[in-house]
Design a protein. Structure first.
Length: 103
C-alpha cells in the first residue's frame, strides 16, 4: 500500500493505492479512506485500488465554500485525480455519498 497526495482545482486529496487494475474507491459522508483499507488484501491482486479521502474528510482539507460540495463541483475535482492515476477504462466503487459521486 502506498500513500499519496494529489492536487486538483486547488484541493489536495490524500489517499492510498495498491494493486494493478483500476478501482477508485469513494467513501460515504463522515467516512474517510480508512473505510476501504480492510478491502486491500481482498482486491490488491486483481485491482489497482485508488482510495481517496474526499474533501473535509480524513487528511484532505475541507473546501472553502459550501458550493464546492455539490456533486457536480466535487466530480470536477475528483475526476482529474482518478484520471491521472488510472488508465481507462476503470470500475469505480462508492459507498453512500461516494456511491452518488460515482454515478
Amino acid at each position: 500500500m502506498k500513500e499519496f497526495y494529489k492536487t486538483s482545482d486547488g484541493c489536495t486529496f490524500h489517499g492510498y493505492e495498491a494493486g494493478d487494475k483500476n478501482l477508485p474507491d469513494l467513501h460515504g459522508m463522515t467516512g474517510d479512506s480508512r473505510s476501504f483499507l480492510g478491502l486491500i488484501d481482498y482486491f490488491k491482486n486483481d485491482f489497482h485500488l485508488i482510495i481517496l479521502d474526499l474533501p473535509g474528510h480524513g487528511e484532505t482539507e475541507p473546501l472553502k465554500y459550501e458550493e464546492g460540495y455539490r456533486f457536480s463541483s466535487l466530480v470536477k475535482r475528483i475526476f482529474p485525480v482518478i484520471e491521472e492515476m488510472a488508465s481507462s477504462p476503470f470500475y469505480i466503487l462508492g459507498h453512500s455519498w461516494g456511491g452518488g459521486l460515482s454515478l
